[in-house]
Design a protein around this ligand. Structure first.
Ligand SMILES: [Zn+2]
Ligand SMILES: [Zn+2]
Length: 454
């Protein structure tokens, strides 16, 4: 009996060995297959090795942007191989992606994404194979000077670049003709396979759809963080948000979730003003219709019940003392410059310079303003007011997001129905029409477009 059990054990061990050998044989076969780069292999099928794995991605190369078949290159020991599930193109990338000037190197656009970890380099500690990860636009390494000062929104890794002579982020794939392909900002996103350094990856343990979770990589999390991570909207406070796009609507939702007394949305695009009200704005203003009276209008909305001092002072409507009027407690400028002529209502100042000044000027003395939208022009402020009015200017780099701290929190808020991610997705795409997703983002005909890759 004992020997029977022994032989059973031996058998089962042999069976294990046999299946192991079969598995090894399988891997060997797949390895051999990988060297000949199997064609049209779906991204869900693991090859047993990552190198040479074929997948498709949207690539900006030469003078065009189209879907290409790619072969994965070897990864860095700190990189993670991610099967992309969903990605939302950011407005920041549209000019580079849709431009027609010849570019120096081929690139998969975008700087965020979401997917499942399929492999990890030998030095990776943060994530495991099988994890669902948000790939954030901002790294949090926890070890650099900035992270150690408590500012992971300025993690030095995020600001690595592939400047001439420096190649912080190596190419991750090659096209059929051997052209090396980089991921924009070391992240990319609009491809069936992404590789990212682990410092950008935030594992999330949630059953929420990938299309919603991917919004936490950039636009929605950035906008929400504006009211939560660096500036802290106070319950009952007055909040004004310039720009009701994918980022501004995140800030508007933060106003709602944080219990702001009122949330003033400002956007020239009619459908976005209506959307802003659905997302929590208490009023939506058209900056074109308001013209030069916009700042006064915001101040008027923020004035107290009367002119007594505790309600904000006695200076209402008197130009000489207008800056003493209360203004909003918190202002977010999330309009940004106009990168492409939009197919909807154009913004009053395409450079965004005036909007930045208006945002600053709408802020009460001692209040807080975050400048998130970019302008490429110099912006000037009256020096005395800049010095004396005590308005704190917060930088808008991902809204002050601490990726590893905040993204898991925002996942919970979506799960509890506090943050509405689903409504923010106004159009869905496949990889085949992902170029259109970038175009629609540039045209501002959508709030957020999500490309679903699986
Ligand atoms: Zn972005
Ligand atoms: Zn860091």
């Amino acid at each position: 009996m004992a020997s029977e059990q022994k032989s059973k054990r031996r058998l089962s061990r042999r069976q294990i060995l046999r299946s192991g050998a079969a598995a090894l044989g399988g891997t060997g076969a797949l390895l051999a297959g990988a060297t000949s780069a199997p064609q049209n292999q779906g991204p869900a099928v693991l090859t047993g090795t990552q190198i040479g794995r074929t997948f498709r991605g949207l690539v900006r190369h030469d003078t065009t942007l189209d879907v290409q078949e790619l072969r994965l290159l070897p990864i860095d020991p700190r990189q993670v191989v991610i099967r992309s599930l969903a990605v939302a193109p950011c407005y920041t990338i549209v000019r580079g992606a849709l431009g027609t000037n010849p570019i120096q190197r081929a690139e998969v656009p975008n700087h965020c994404g979401f997917g499942v970890v399929e492999d990890a380099g030998a030095m990776v500690k943060r994530v495991q194979v099988g994890d669902r990860v948000v790939v954030a636009g901002t790294a949090q390494c926890g070890q650099c000077y900035q992270c150690l000062q408590g500012r992971p929104d300025y993690c030095q890794l995020t600001f690595f670049s592939n400047a001439p002579g420096v190649e912080a982020f190596p190419p991750f794939a090659e096209m059929r003709d051997g052209t090396r392909v980089y991921a924009q900002a070391g992240i990319g996103g609009i491809s069936e396979i992404m590789t990212a350094f682990e410092e950008y990856c935030v594992p999330v343990f949630s059953d929420l759809p990938a299309a919603e979770l991917t919004l936490l990589g950039d636009q929605l999390s950035s906008g929400f963080a504006a009211g939560h991570a660096d500036m802290h909207f106070q319950p009952g406070s007055d909040v004004a948000v310039f720009g009701a796009g994918a980022v501004g609507l995140g800030a508007i939702q933060a106003g709602r979730v944080m219990g702001a007394g009122q949330v003033i949305a400002i956007d020239p695009i009619k459908y976005r003003r209506e959307f802003a009200v659905k997302m929590g704005a208490t009023i939506a203003l058209d900056p074109v219709a308001e013209g030069d009276g916009l700042v006064e209008r915001v101040r008027e909305l923020c004035r107290g019940a009367n002119d007594r001092r505790f309600a904000g002072g006695v200076s209402w409507g008197r130009a000489v003392n207008a800056v003493m009027a209360r203004g909003a407690d918190f202002v977010v400028e999330a309009a940004g410059l106009q990168a492409f002529p939009p197919k909807v209502e154009a913004q009053p100042d395409p450079t965004n310079v005036k909007t930045v000044q208006q945002a600053w000027d709408s802020t009460r003395m001692g209040g807080h303003v975050m400048l998130m939208g970019l302008t490429l022009q110099p912006v000037s402020f009256p020096g005395a007011a800049l010095a004396l009015l005590g308005r704190t200017i917060h930088p808008g780099q991902q809204g002050g997001l601490h990726a590893m701290r905040d993204i898991p929190r925002y996942v919970k808020l979506i799960e509890k129905g506090k943050i509405d991610a689903k409504s923010m997705i106004t159009k869905r795409y496949t990889l085949e029409n992902s170029r259109q997703a970038v175009q629609d983002t540039a045209d501002r005909t959508i709030i957020t477009g999500v490309i679903e890759l699986a």
